[in-house]
Design a protein around this ligand. Sequence first.
Ligand SMILES: *[C@@H]1O[C@H](CO)[C@@H](O)[C@H](O)[C@H]1NC(C)=O
Ligand SMILES: *[C@@H]1O[C@H](CO)[C@@H](O)[C@H](O)[C@H]1NC(C)=O
Ligand SMILES: *[C@@H]1O[C@H](CO)[C@@H](O)[C@H](O)[C@H]1NC(C)=O
Ligand SMILES: *[C@@H]1O[C@H](CO)[C@@H](O)[C@H](O)[C@H]1NC(C)=O
Ligand SMILES: *[C@@H]1O[C@H](CO)[C@@H](O)[C@H](O)[C@H]1NC(C)=O
Ligand SMILES: *[C@@H]1O[C@H](CO)[C@@H](O)[C@H](O)[C@H]1NC(C)=O
Ligand SMILES: *[C@@H]1O[C@H](CO)[C@@H](O)[C@H](O)[C@H]1NC(C)=O
Length: 501
Amino acid sequence: MDLFPLLFFGALHGGIHCNPYCTYQYESVEVCEGGSVTIPCWFSYPRNQRESSTDVRIYWRASTSRTCGRNIAIYNHTENQVHGEYTGRISLEGNPKEQNVVSLRIQGIRRSDGPMFCCRVELHGTSPGAVQNINGTVLNFQNESRVEQPDAVPALVNENPIIPCYVFPPQEIQSVTWWRSSSRICSKNQHLITWHKMLQSDTFTGFSLIDPPRDVSLRVENPGSATSKYYCCEVIAKGKTIQRLQGTELVIASRIRNGLFVNQSNEFTAQTGQSVTINCTFSSTTDPLWEGVFWRAGNETGLFAYHPFQKMVHPTYMDRTELRGKADLHIRNVGPTDDTIYFCFVILRTCENTNNFSTKAKYGQGTRMHVSGPGNQWIVPVVVTLTIFFLVILLLGTLIFLKKRGVFFKSRNSPDNMDLTLTDVPPRGQLNNMESEYENNPDITHGPQESGGVFYAQLNMGALENKHKKKTGGTEPEDSPRILYATVKTANTNDVYSTIQ
Ligand SMILES: *[C@@H]1O[C@H](CO)[C@@H](O)[C@H](O)[C@H]1NC(C)=O
Ligand SMILES: *[C@@H]1O[C@H](CO)[C@@H](O)[C@H](O)[C@H]1NC(C)=O
Ligand SMILES: *[C@@H]1O[C@H](CO)[C@@H](O)[C@H](O)[C@H]1NC(C)=O
Ligand SMILES: *[C@@H]1O[C@H](CO)[C@@H](O)[C@H](O)[C@H]1NC(C)=O
Ligand SMILES: *[C@@H]1O[C@H](CO)[C@@H](O)[C@H](O)[C@H]1NC(C)=O
Ligand SMILES: *[C@@H]1O[C@H](CO)[C@@H](O)[C@H](O)[C@H]1NC(C)=O
Ligand SMILES: *[C@@H]1O[C@H](CO)[C@@H](O)[C@H](O)[C@H]1NC(C)=O
């Protein structure tokens, strides 16, 4: 019964003692009725089969039960056939000859679809072989209760990692129990912790829940020595048990040589507000079946800047980070808090034998991102604006001051308008009476003897009158009164002796 999904043509040929044929699918995908979904299938087959003559063909089977068995292929690559009710709704994405992942795309999702989809890979060449996923990908309709757990998470041997478990849609949780097992399929091997709404929660050393019932994720203390690596959460809500079929594998990452190489650039500088891509490359001595990438910030056990599970991404990086290419971290809108070191974690699954893989993890040496000084981007425009502002204020102030002064001069002295000459020589035949009056006044102290102590001001009234006439349009009467003010002082005492009008 368990054997028939796997047909090994290679085994029939007898030449291959080991059959590293594997397929790998996610346990489930979320869909909504009428929407579309892409179900990826990773696969690997022996290296010696990679000749150009080898024909790689992909098939998909659908099932209403846990396994797909020999159900009719809803997608037959050989015939390029699509079965019955899926006609016009499914297509294959990716080229199996060039990549090790292809995806089944289903459009116009119906309640009656699947819900289980299993991929099958057949090799037609010199030494044919085939492999089919036993436990495929199941469709989860959005309004149906489910728990979500990642397939694998990395951890360091000295940290207390968190295994995420989220219940959808959000609902009241009555109890949660965590189990640990040595196989990918959840089994009730080892009971770790139980929390119940009504009862006291079990206290187990080494395990705790983050914040039940809001967050029922599990914190594991010192998991390094654990031989069983798969963690499964089982939730009871509305009287129903909700559980995933497959657990989360906790993978201890190290820098110890393990056939996986992760390389990062050392450092670089980014500017506030920029978007950056931090490079990470990896390679392996074995052919990868599936790989997962994670990014941690600050230190090797720091918060997640990127995690395939959005809820595990630290709020500082939420909605700002994504993977670019295979493993590069893209950060949008870099800010001063991003100024730290970033570690690239890679989890690699390698096909060991038929649908049986091994997992290893490695992390890079870290990339230091320097974010150029807080505000370097805004300080320059602000300084320029302020400088311009003050210059304008200064200019306006000067103009206003000058204008006020100008108005003052014009209204009081008007030296421009009057042709005034100051001399100590009396003009001929003018002001004779005044002259004699002053000279004969005994109260007036005499100035320089040469000029007899008297200054004479000669006023060219003609120039003044011409200007005045122009301004008033010549309507001013000839004999309108004009007043001239003068102050007489001596040069040394500054005393005022007399004013004339
Ligand atoms: C694909 O179609 C061909 C021809 O109908 C059939 O022989 C073959 O078994 C089909 N493959 C699968 C996996 O169903
Ligand atoms: C989800 O919605 C469909 C109709 O869209 C309904 O038939 C089904 O019973 C709902 N399931 C749950 C668990 O509410
Ligand atoms: C996976 O498939 C096997 C049959 O090969 C079945 O016995 C097992 O129950 C399946 N696992 C789950 C979790 O459905
Ligand atoms: C790691 O990457 C750097 C460039 O980012 C390169 O210079 C170096 O050779 C690489 N090291 C290895 C071991 O691939
Ligand atoms: C990443 O690599 C690309 C080209 O491969 C390069 O242009 C870019 O500067 C690199 N980014 C960093 C942060 O080193
Ligand atoms: C690593 O980073 C985390 C989170 O920022 C911090 O709590 C922890 O103390 C750091 N560990 C070390 C060894 O610096
Ligand atoms: C997977 O392979 C390992 C050895 O590589 C073996 O110990 C283990 O039992 C296998 N698991 C299954 C489910 O066949």
